[in-house]
Design a protein around this ligand. Structure first.
Ligand SMILES: NC(=O)c1ccc[n+]([C@@H]2O[C@H](COP(=O)([O-])OP(=O)(O)OC[C@H]3O[C@@H](n4cnc5c(N)ncnc54)[C@H](O)[C@@H]3O)[C@@H](O)[C@H]2O)c1
Ligand SMILES: *[C@@H]1O[C@H](CO)[C@@H](O)[C@H](O)[C@H]1NC(C)=O
Ligand SMILES: *[C@@H]1O[C@H](CO)[C@@H](O)[C@H](O)[C@H]1NC(C)=O
Ligand SMILES: *[C@@H]1O[C@H](CO)[C@@H](O)[C@H](O)[C@H]1NC(C)=O
Ligand SMILES: *[C@@H]1O[C@H](CO)[C@@H](O)[C@H](O)[C@H]1NC(C)=O
Ligand SMILES: *[C@@H]1O[C@H](CO)[C@@H](O)[C@H](O)[C@H]1NC(C)=O
Length: 265
């Protein structure tokens, strides 16, 4: 009886050890290629054809931009090839830009409104950090320079290059959600002000609606000085419209939105 108990306990201990070892190996092996695997899986999920060969090709083009490079010397143009094979194409009725309004913009997006983060590459890379190192063929997802440490870092350069492309192909009626609680809702130094606005294509984009988003109607209104600078940037033929909306007005509208995609502003 005692002997059998010892055997059972011994067997259990060995089984537990084996399970722990297997879990450990799986974690270690998966972690090694985590960034790449996640990238390819997310790409496949977002690609209509779900072609894995396409997503492997996209990965190679992505990796080629920063691998084996000093992580402070990756300019936006390093992503030219990537963007040529995976361009951010407009597919919903409204292209939606944002600046200082990340959260509400993404609560509104999808269905009728398309942000950069709703495009394949944008959705795969949003919220991620990556970089390479000189003399290494690896992708690192930690220990990378942050947004301001150096301008030509792999992450910032990607968003600069992708934003320029996304803005250049925006067509018809577009909108931008600006933060009405900010002192300068239109900040010429942000990506929207310094890159997207400058890349709009005359003839393609017909109108830009500025939606000033406030908490409870307190803050900037459409007479705000900073918006004059935005108007100056728009090329002839692009109509400028400005609307003031509270966050809750937008979210309620989104909740009740139907297929017709009548805009919430
Ligand atoms: N998804 C993204 O991470 C991302 C980043 C930059 C730009 N964009 C595009 O540009 C527009 C938004 O850019 P924006 O600059 O006008 O708005 P913003 O100032 O709200 O910044 C947008 C994002 O850039 C990053 N960022 C900017 N400044 C930073 C800083 N000092 N430190 C750390 N991170 C910083 C943050 O991820 C932030 O959410 C959108 O229309 C979008 O298409 C997207
Ligand atoms: C505007 O900016 C403030 C301060 O950064 C932030 O608290 C608020 O959530 C932003 N508003 C919107 C609509 O994103
Ligand atoms: C990096 O190089 C090593 C050695 O040449 C090779 O075995 C490995 O597969 C490469 N890894 C990547 C991600 O290319
Ligand atoms: C970025 O890195 C610099 C230098 O290491 C540091 O001073 C700064 O606080 C960091 N900024 C952010 C937003 O993390
Ligand atoms: C708009 O904002 C300006 C500047 O803050 C203010 O003087 C003006 O009264 C506001 N207009 C309206 C209609 O609220
Ligand atoms: C939105 O797009 C859909 C499909 O492309 C189209 O059927 C619909 O008429 C559009 N709605 C508006 C308001 O443009």
């Amino acid at each position: 009886m005692v002997k059998r108990c010892v055997l059972v306990v011994g067997g259990c201990t060995i089984a537990v050890l084996v399970v722990v070892l297997v879990v450990f190996l799986v974690v270690v092996l998966c972690k090694k290629n985590n960034f790449k695997d996640t990238f390819i899986q997310d790409c496949e999920r977002k690609t209509a054809e779900g072609h894995s060969t396409y997503c492997v090709k996209v990965w190679s083009a992505f990796e080629q931009a920063y691998v084996d490079h000093d992580p402070c010397q990756v300019p936006p143009q390093a992503y030219d090839h990537l963007l040529s094979i995976a361009p951010p194409l407009p597919k919903y009725n409204w292209t939606l830009f944002w600046s200082g309004t990340r959260e509400v913009a993404h609560q509104m997006s999808g269905g009728c409104y398309q942000t950069l983060e709703d495009t394949m590459l944008g959705s795969v890379l949003d919220g991620k950090t990556w970089c390479g190192k000189q003399g290494s063929n690896e992708t690192f997802d930690s220990g990378c320079p942050n947004w301001t440490q150096c301008v030509n870092n792999p992450v910032r350069s990607f968003w600069s290059r992708a934003s320029a492309e996304f803005a250049a192909v925006a067509c018809g009626d577009a909108a931008v959600l600006l933060n009405g609680s900010s002192d300068t809702p239109f900040d010429p130094h942000c990506t929207f002000g310094s890159i997207e606005v400058k890349n709009f294509t005359p003839g393609l984009m017909k109108s830009l609606t500025v939606v000033l988003v406030t908490k409870d109607n307190v803050g900037a209104n459409c007479t705000d000085e900073s918006l004059k600078n935005l108007q100056k940037e728009l090329k002839p033929g692009m109509k400028y419209i400005c609307k003031e909306k509270t966050e809750s007005e937008l979210l309620t509208c989104k909740k009740n939105q139907d297929q017709s995609c009548v805009p919430c502003w």
